[in-house]
Write a protein that binds this ligand. Structure first.
Ligand SMILES: C[C@](O)(C(=O)O)[C@H](CC(=O)O)C(=O)O
Ligand SMILES: [Mg+2]
Length: 299
């Protein structure tokens, strides 16, 4: 009821433990706090908080317009609603290395379990679009070193994302991944890998966990959990998928409303009021106030 019962430090410790076991952890993207609870209920291992979703939610393109305050605030709202560890997208870290240091501490304070910082230049863009540019190795390394030095909880997961694959190719991505691990990255997010073999090559090059981004309509084929496990991927995200599903359903519902004047034909696709209340632990609030939960909902 009300919020997660597991303190952030404990979520981080558990995440480290699970990562060390070598299993593949599945992190669907939550588009709001409520969807994070759904992800937990459905048995997933973690919650991803996407910059693309956060921007889209504000009606903005994902080009680095959101601020640290907005990102940390939304991250906190989402992370506090689930016992699962939440990993948040910190784009390029919101500035120079000293800003990156502040970003890490702010995200720790917001209760996140980890984050990723990428090596794109600002203004950044979705990693699966053409026309990206990346910073030089020295700048990329400094971002990650600043992040690693700033953290106070050693279990806060600092992931380095490299976007260089789409710009300079796989060999450059492998070189950069190694340099980022040397700089203190706990995990690598190789963005816009094209094939399973490319994931396998990154896997072979570094000793830390690697993340696969299964975003739709991008440059990567949509591999299954089994395929990714087979090449040694440790975390998989579906960052925007639930938002895409929800917006697709909303769009179709509005069409139906226009055409039919009512939504009766859509009831079967809706989350039932009873399921919503169940997800909210509505009944538990009765312990606080008998007067609140004093009714039945007919199925
Ligand atoms: C993972 C990502 O950084 C995100 O913000 O969710 C995006 C996802 C997307 O735009 O599809 C990305 O750059 O891959
Ligand atoms: Mg992003």
């Amino acid at each position: 009821m009300l919020y997660s019962h597991i303190p952030a430090a404990e979520k981080r410790r558990l995440l480290r433990e699970r990562l060390a076991s070598g299993e593949l952890l599945r992190f669907p993207g939550a588009f709001n706090p409520l969807s994070a609870r759904l992800i937990e209920r459905k048995g997933f291992e973690g919650v991803y908080i996407s910059g693309a979703v956060l921007s889209a939610d504000l009606g903005l393109p994902d080009i680095g317009l959101t601020t640290l305050t907005e990102v940390a605030g939304r991250g906190q709202q989402i992370a506090r609603m689930t016992d699962l560890p939440a990993i948040i997208d910190a784009d390029t870290g919101f500035g120079e290395p000293m800003n990156v240091a502040r970003t890490i501490q702010t995200l720790e304070d917001a209760g996140l379990a980890g984050t990723h910082i990428e090596d794109q230049v600002n203004p950044k863009r979705c990693g699966h679009l053409d026309g990206k540019a990346v910073v030089d190795q020295n700048t990329a390394v400094k971002r990650i070193r600043a992040a690693a030095d700033a953290r106070r909880d050693p279990n806060f997961l600092i992931m380095a994302r490299t976007d260089i694959r789409a710009v300079e190719g796989l060999d450059a991505a492998i070189d950069r991944a190694k340099a980022l691990v040397d700089a203190g990255a706990d995990a690598i997010f190789p963005e816009a890998m094209r094939t399973l073999e490319e994931f396998a090559a990154v896997r072979a090059a570094v000793d830390v966990p690697i993340l696969a981004n299964m975003t739709e309509f991008g440059k990567s084929e949509l591999f299954s959990v089994d395929q990714l496990r087979g090449v040694g991927v440790n975390i998989v995200i579906w960052p925007v998928s639930l938002l895409r599903m929800a917006m697709g359903a909303a769009s179709r519902a509005l069409d139906t409303l226009n055409e039919e004047g009512h939504l009766t034909s859509k009831l079967g696709e809706m989350q039932h009021r009873a399921d919503l209340y169940d997800l909210l632990d509505y009944e538990d609030y009765n312990h606080f106030d008998q007067g609140v939960f004093n009714f039945e909902i007919a199925r």
